[in-house]
Design a protein around this ligand. Structure first.
Ligand code: 4AD
Ligand code: MG
Length: 433
């Protein structure tokens, strides 16, 4: 039996004056010849451990001296309040048990290029900036789910291996399901529509895949999407839920992730300025405004990222662009009754150039119109017979949306690129580690 309690650094405040035992990695070492300062990290936090040559045994001094960056150790010490330390506490070392002296750790405090860091992503994750991002991502996932759970939603998990496409056939990852063709899911939406007809309000939250040949700051080949789907709603209900959800997520991070945001040097005022209701602009008005600003774009064109940035730059909250032309949107979107050339949909554009974080719509609920869309899009009806059944047996007005988690994280953290928003990003030229 050990005398000391093993604790995590995050729990140290409750242990002032006590002797504790920590499992840790050595992040950084400084020595004056008489005193050694070890910066220890254990994933839960960082603390400075101090040894004075005059007060520890020669053996302990030698063990501390042998530690290199990312060496692993057990450290026994007594906790002392230290107002000058960022954590408020220091550890006076009594005993050290070296687990391993790490040799030649490749990521040093000096600057490294992006390719080098991406090749060492498995180690890069240990840096304070990356752990702050991973923590914010986890808190966001949790806050989004608890918000929906307490709003009457049930989580349903759609399949990842699918026999057919949801968002068009051009960017599917192909695989085999024994002797059948199969694809990694691009979106669980069609399955969530079935689930909404069973449970009313549902959401899925999981990985989705797009074999997009685009190498941009906003695209991953594997990303996580939140997909709520609701029966008996219209587009207004849908947008209201989106803005409540996004506002809630932003507030949760502001309230619970102060340290993480400051580690990322995130300008909090930009997040504090996010306020419901979010502006709603029609596609028509957005096109007219872009043209008035000298952008070369015509009605019927999709927005590129400079267009999205130009629109979003005028607002401190995210902006809804509604009612896009049917021709540039998915087959399942419901036409506006008095103007069938546009559909009842909205994209939510984040401020500060982060682009589309949500795409959502009202779904076609009329069986005949849906069948006609399948025909127009050359989609094999036999593959989607189950989906058409949903319109045959008690069809109802319904809709939903997809929120891209990595884009949300990038925006809230203020990151230049989505590659840092997921532990091991999958990108066009990046499949390792
Ligand atoms: O607009 P998208 O394609 O919508 C759908 O897939 C719908 N079926 C969702 C639904 O209504 N249930 O994608 C939704 C969101 C985008 O707004 C974006 O945030 C994110 O998913 N997204 C990506 N994120 C990272 N990398 C990519 N390649 C992404 N493609 C889409
Ligand atoms: Mg979209």
């Amino acid at each position: 039996m050990r005398d000391e309690q093993t604790v995590m650094i995050s729990q140290i405040a409750a242990r002032d004056g006590q002797t504790v035992r920590l499992g840790a990695w050595m992040a950084h070492k400084r020595s004056s010849g008489k005193i050694i300062f070890l910066q220890l990290r254990d994933g839960s936090g960082r603390i400075q451990a101090v040894l004075s040559k005059a007060q520890v045994s020669a053996l302990v001094w030698e063990k501390a001296s042998s530690l290199t960056q990312e060496s692993s150790l057990w450290c026994i010490g007594s906790v002392r309040a230290e107002p000058r330390s960022p954590s408020g506490y220091e550890l006076d070392v009594i005993e050290i048990e070296v687990i391993q002296v790490a040799q030649g750790y490749p990521i040093t405090p000096k600057e490294h290029g992006t390719d080098f860091l991406m090749d060492h992503r498995h180690l890069w994750l240990r840096t304070p900036r990356q752990t702050a991002i991973m923590r914010i991502r986890a808190v966001l996932m949790e806050s989004i789910q608890s918000f929906l759970n307490s709003d009457g939603f049930t989580r349903v998990d759609p399949p990842i291996l699918t026999p057919s496409a949801c968002e068009g056939t051009s960017d599917l990852f192909h695989t085999n399901y024994f002797d059948q063709d199969a694809y990694l899911t691009q979106s669980g939406q069609l399955y969530m529509e079935a689930a909404a007809m069973a449970l009313g309000r549902v959401y899925s939250f999981g990985p989705t895949f797009r074999a997009e040949k685009s190498k941009t700051r906003r695209h991953l080949l594997e990303f996580w999407m939140l997909e709520p789907e609701m029966a008996f709603i219209d587009l207004d209900d849908n947008l209201l839920l989106q803005e409540r959800l996004v506002q809630h997520a932003v507030r949760t991070i502001l309230e619970n992730c102060t340290d993480e945001l400051s580690k990322l040097e995130r300008d909090r005022t930009k997040l504090e300025a996010v306020l419901q209701p979010f502006p709603r602009i029609t596609y028509d008005d957005a096109i007219a405004w872009l043209q008035s600003q000298g952008h070369e774009i015509s009605w019927g064109d999709d927005f590129g990222s400079p267009h999205e940035t130009a629109i979003a730059d005028h607002h401190s909250s995210p902006v809804f662009i509604t009612h896009y032309p049917a021709g540039i949107k998915a087959f399942y979107m419901k036409p506006k009754p008095d103007r069938p050339e546009v559909v009842e949909c909205a994209d939510l554009l984040a401020p500060e150039g982060y682009g589309e974080i949500i795409g959502g719509s009202q779904r076609i609920d009329d069986p005949e119109l849906l069948a006609a869309r399948f025909e127009e899009h050359g989609m094999p009806v036999a593959d989607y017979a189950w989906y058409l059944d949903l319109r045959k047996y008690g069809t109802v007005p319904h809709g939903g949306f997809g929120l891209g988690l990595e884009r949300l994280v990038a925006w809230i953290c203020g990151l230049d690129h989505v590659r840092e928003t997921i532990a091991f990003p999958r990108m066009l030229y990046r499949f390792y580690p």
